[in-house]
Write a protein that binds this ligand. Structure first.
Ligand SMILES: C[S@@+](CC[C@H](N)C(=O)[O-])C[C@H]1O[C@@H](n2cnc3c(N)ncnc32)[C@H](O)[C@@H]1O
Length: 314
C-alpha cells in the first residue's frame, strides 16, 4: 500500500493516459472525447467550477474524468447520458440478492480488507454523523453504526431500492438502531442538508454515477466544515505485468462467475468494463479538488487495483 499524493505532472508524455487497449479486451474503448463523451475537458472543467474561490487544478491532459455531455459511457458502450441511470439500476436490481456472496467470491474476500483500510482512514468517532452514499448492502454503515455509538447517527443511502432493502434488512437484523435508510441519488443528495455530516463515504459506488463532478460537489455540500470525504473505488493498477493478469481475470472469470452464481454474466461484464472507464488516481484527486475538497490524497491498495481517496471540507 502506498500513498501517492502527487501533483499532476506537466510534461505531455507524463500526462497522456495509457491508450493501448489490453490484449484481453475484445472491444476497443469508445472513440472521440474522453470516455466517449462529446464535451471537451476544458469546457467541462469550466462549467463545473461554480465557486471562483476553488483553486483551479490542471487535470492530466486527456484525463478520463467521466464529465458528461450528451453521451456518456456504460462500460465500453457509448450511450445517451439520460439512459445511464436506468441501465445502472437494472444491473443492481439484478445482482442485489447475490451481491454479497459475489463480492467475496470475486475478490477472494479481499474487499473486506479494502473496506477495513478505508474505515481506518475515516477517523470516525463516537457521536459523529456519517453518510454512506451508494451504500448498497451496508458493509461500511454496519461498522460505522458501532463506531459512532448511540449518540451518533449513520445514514445508509443508495439510489437503488433492491440494494437498499438488502442493506436495511441486514442492519436491522444486526441490531443497528442508529441507522436511517434513505433512497438518494449521489448526484444531488437532495434529502440531505448542507453542512450536516462529519464523514461522507462512497465505496465502489462513484464509478456507477453518471455525473461524477455533480456528485463530488454534492458530497462537499453536505459535509460539515472540518468533515472528511472518503472514496473507495477500483482504480488503475500501477504494476504493468500485474495489470495484464488482472485484465485476463476480469474479462474472463468475472462474467463466468456472474453467470454461474447470479445467472447474469452481463452485469459482471459491465463491472469489469466500468472499472476500466473510471478516472485513474490522479484524475480523481484533481476532480475532488475541483469540487472544493482540500488536502486531498490517495492510497493505492493491492497495487492500485483499488484506491482510497480522501479529502476535507475546510
Ligand atoms: C458496487 S455497489 C457498492 C455497494 C457498497 N457500497 C459496497 O461497497 O459494497 C454500487 C452501488 O452504487 C449504487 N449507485 C449507483 N448509482 C448511484 C447513484 N447515482 N446514486 C447513489 N447510488 C448509486 C448502486 O445502486 C449500488 O448499490
Amino acid at each position: 500500500m502506498s500513498n501517492e499524493n502527487q501533483k499532476p505532472q506537466s510534461t505531455p508524455e507524463a500526462t497522456q493516459p495509457n491508450e493501448t487497449p489490453s490484449p484481453f479486451l475484445n472491444q476497443t474503448l469508445p472513440e472521440g472525447a474522453p470516455q466517449g463523451q462529446q464535451q471537451s475537458l476544458a469546457q467541462a472543467t469550466t462549467q463545473t467550477s461554480t465557486n471562483s474561490n476553488i483553486p483551479h487544478y490542471n487535470l492530466p491532459r486527456g484525463a478520463q474524468t467521466g464529465n458528461v455531455g450528451a453521451t456518456t459511457h456504460f462500460g465500453f458502450e457509448t450511450i445517451n447520458t439520460t439512459d445511464k441511470e436506468q441501465k445502472v439500476a437494472q444491473v443492481f436490481h439484478s445482482v442485489a440478492s447475490k451481491y454479497d456472496v459475489m463480492n467475496d467470491l470475486m475478490s477472494f474476500g479481499i474487499h473486506r480488507l479494502w473496506k477495513r483500510f478505508a474505515i481506518n482512514m475515516s477517523g470516525v468517532r463516537r457521536g459523529q454523523r456519517v453518510l454512506d452514499i451508494a451504500g448498497g448492502t451496508g458493509d461500511l454503515a454496519k461498522v460505522f453504526s458501532r463506531e459512532v455509538g448511540p449518540t451518533g447517527h449513520v445514514v445508509l443511502s443508495d439510489i437503488n431500492e433492491s440494494m437498499l432493502n438488502v442493506g436495511r434488512d441486514r442492519l436491522i437484523d444486526a441490531g443497528c438502531s442508529n441507522v436511517d435508510f434513505v433512497l438518494a441519488n449521489a448526484e444531488t443528495l437532495e434529502p440531505f442538508e448542507d453542512n450536516s455530516f462529519d464523514l461522507v463515504t462512497i465505496s465502489f459506488g462513484l464509478r456507477n454515477v453518471t455525473d461524477k463532478d455533480a456528485a463530488l460537489q454534492a458530497m462537499h455540500r453536505v459535509l460539515k466544515p472540518g468533515g472528511r470525504l472518503l472514496i473507495l473505488e477500483f482504480s488503475k493498477p500501477v504494476f504493468e505485468p500485474f495489470a495484464k493478469l488482472y485484465d485476463l481475470y476480469s474479462f474472463t472469470a468475472l462474467p463466468l462467475m456472474g453467470k454461474l452464481v447470479a445467472n447474469d454474466s452481463e452485469s459482471y461484464k459491465y463491472l469489469a468494463e466500468s472499472i476500466r472507464m473510471h478516472p485513474d488516481q490522479r484524475t480523481l484527486k484533481g476532480m475532488m479538488e475541483n469540487a472544493g475538497l482540500q488536502n486531498c490524497d490517495y492510497h493505492n491498495l493491492t497495487a492500485g487495483i483499488v484506491a482510497v481517496h480522501r479529502g476535507f471540507k475546510l
